[in-house]
Design a protein around this ligand. Structure first.
Ligand SMILES: Nc1nc2c(c(=O)[nH]1)N(C=O)[C@@H](CNc1ccc(C(=O)N[C@@H](CCC(=O)O)C(=O)O)cc1)CN2
Ligand SMILES: Nc1ncnc2c1ncn2[C@@H]1O[C@H](COP(=O)(O)OP(=O)(O)OP(=O)(O)O)[C@@H](O)[C@H]1O
Length: 183
C-alpha cells in the first residue's frame, strides 16, 4: 500500500510544530563558508522572504549581494501555476501575494537562477526535502535542473527518514543554524 502522502502530511505537521516551538527568537542562520565560496559576481541567487516561523535567509542574501550576485524571489499566483523567479533589487518594495507571501511586482524581470535557496518544512540526512506540498519547488527544480539547490531550515526540522516520491529532486546541501549538510 502506498501511504506516502499521509506520511508527508503527518511529517509536515510535526516539523511545523517543532519550528513554531522555537518561539519569537529563533536562531540566526549565518552564511557557512562553503556557501559563501559558491558565490560569484553576476550569479543569480533565488531566495525567499520567510513567512511565519520559517528560517530567515536574510544573512545569506546579504552575503550573496556582497559577492555581487543578483537576487530573485519566487512569484506565485496559486497552487496550480508554476512559480517564476523575479528580480529583487536591493530594498525594492514587495507586495503581499497568496499564502501571505511577500513578492516582487509581477512585471519585474524574470531571471534564470544559478542557485536556489529553498525554505524547508522538513529534511533528512540524505538531502531529501519536504515543502508545502503544492509542488512549486519540485517543478522549479525540474525546470532549472542545473541550478544549485540549497535548503534552509532549523536543525529541529530534521527527521530520521522522509518518504521519497518519483518527482522529488534531492538537494545539494542544507544550511541550518548549526551545520552545512552535504552528502
Ligand atoms: N517563504 C516562502 N516562500 C515561498 C514558499 C515557501 O514555502 N515559503 N513556497 C513553497 O513552495 C512557494 C510558495 N508556495 C506555497 C504553497 C503553499 C503554501 C501553503 O499551503 N501554506 C499554508 C501554511 C503552511 C504553514 O502553516 O506554514 C497555508 O497557507 O495554509 C505556501 C506557499 C514560493 N515562495
Ligand atoms: N515536475 C513536476 N511537474 C508537475 N507536477 C509535479 C512535478 N513535481 C511534483 N509535482 C506535483 O507536485 C506535488 C508535490 O507534492 P509533494 O508532497 O511531494 O511536495 P513537497 O515535497 O512538499 O515539495 P514542494 O515544496 O515542491 O511542494 C505532487 O502533487 C506532484 O504530483
Amino acid at each position: 500500500m502506498n501511504d506516502a502522502p499521509l506520511d508527508k502530511q503527518a511529517l509536515r505537521r510535526a516539523a511545523r510544530s517543532a519550528r513554531q516551538a522555537l518561539g519569537p527568537h529563533p536562531p540566526i542562520i549565518a552564511p557557512p563558508p562553503p556557501f559563501t565560496a559558491l558565490l560569484a559576481p553576476g550569479m543569480i541567487v533565488a531566495s525567499y522572504v520567510p513567512v511565519g516561523s520559517e528560517a530567515d535567509p536574510t544573512a545569506l542574501v546579504s552575503a550573496a549581494r556582497a559577492a555581487g550576485c543578483r537576487i530573485a524571489l519566487p512569484h506565485v499566483i496559486d497552487r496550480e501555476t508554476p512559480l517564476r523567479f523575479l528580480e529583487w533589487q536591493h530594498d525594492a518594495p514587495l507586495a503581499t501575494g497568496p499564502f501571505r507571501l511577500r513578492q516582487p511586482d509581477a512585471d519585474a524581470p524574470e531571471l534564470v537562477p544559478d542557485l536556489i535557496l529553498t525554505p524547508l518544512v522538513a529534511f533528512d540526512r540524505t538531502l531529501a526535502r519536504l515543502g508545502q506540498g503544492a509542488g512549486h519547488y519540485d517543478r522549479a527544480f525540474a525546470a532549472y535542473p542545473n541550478a544549485h539547490r540549497i535548503g534552509v531550515a532549523f536543525s529541529v526540522q530534521e527527521v530520521e527518514r522522509l518518504p521519497v516520491d518519483p518527482w522529488d529532486v534531492p538537494l545539494h546541501a542544507i544550511i541550518t543554524e548549526q551545520e552545512w549538510i552535504t552528502s
